[in-house]
Design a protein around this ligand. Structure first.
Ligand code: AP5
Ligand code: MG
Length: 222
């Protein structure tokens, strides 16, 4: 079976983490979530976590030089047989760095999966998002836990992310449109972009992505 080297693109709240959680199990891929990794660094108060904190809390991107080496090491360490990257790349500089690294390793990206959602949907979703410290995701209205504020999967308390305050979400959206959205054209020009409507039910989005990946694999075998 050919390896799957995938990236997930899309605005905050489009459902990248929600879909990644399913896709990593479907395809047995190591999940490399930049936001989760950075939040762990913040929690553990590492040098990187201390540096990243103010950018993240303000809804800005953490500078490329801090992110690129962190993620490329992860890809080298864990991504030998494929990977699912969520939240990287987010700038053209990061995309070029990933492409150079894969060229060096004689590998290539399978697809950039872009999940789209308009700003008003994002604002509604992120105001109701809750998650546990293991990253399991819920929404108070669209995907509530069985018991309020307790994770169904591990019993941990559910909390609201600090950067989900509406003003910070607006800033994250502006950052997305300016720095990350141009990557859709970047990957389209390279024939790698696949687009999904993130406003659909999460099961429908999942089915659509799975079907697209199955077709891509078939085409590779022809
Ligand atoms: P990160 O953690 O990656 O945040 P993000 O990209 O803003 O995306 P989110 O995690 O907020 O949204 P999501 O698309 O995963 O949606 P989710 O599945 O949770 O990054 C955080 C910060 O780290 C950045 O702002 C930046 O500072 C820094 N950073 C990260 N990567 C970086 C990089 N490469 N370079 C520089 N800085 C970087 O879903 C959202 C909610 O909606 C949930 O409640 C869910 O239950 C619900 N939901 C999901 N799908 C559906 C559906 N189909 N229908 C209804 N509800 C749904
Ligand atoms: Mg996420």
């Amino acid at each position: 079976m050919s390896e799957l080297n995938l990236i997930l693109l899309g605005p905050p709240g489009a459902g990248k983490g929600t879909q990644a959680d399913k896709l990593k199990d479907d395809f047995g891929l190591p999940y490399i979530g930049t936001g989760d990794l950075l939040r762990k660094h913040k929690e553990e108060e590492t040098d990187l976590g201390r540096e990243a904190k103010s950018y993240m809390d303000n809804g800005d991107l953490v500078p490329d030089d801090l992110i690129i080496s962190m993620i490329l090491h992860k890809v080298e360490d864990e991504g030998d047989d494929g990977f699912l990257l969520d939240g990287f790349p987010r700038t053209v500089g990061q995309a070029d760095a990933l492409s150079e690294e894969l060229d060096k390793l004689g590998r290539r990206l399978t697809a950039a999966l872009s999940i789209d959602a308009p700003d008003e949907v994002v604002l509604q979703r992120l105001s109701g998002r809750r998650q546990c410290s293991n990253g399991h995701l819920y929404h108070v209205e669209f995907d509530p836990p069985k018991h309020p504020d307790v994770c169904d999967q591990d019993g941990k308390p559910l909390v609201r992310r600090k950067d989900d305050e509406p003003d910070t979400v607006k800033k994250r959206l502006a950052t997305y449109h300016k720095a990350t959205e141009p990557l859709k054209d970047y990957y389209d020009e390279r024939g790698l972009l696949r687009r999904f409507d993130g406003t659909r039910d999460k099961t429908e989005v999942h089915d659509h992505i799975r079907a697209t990946l199955a077709t891509l694999r078939l085409e590779e075998r022809l």
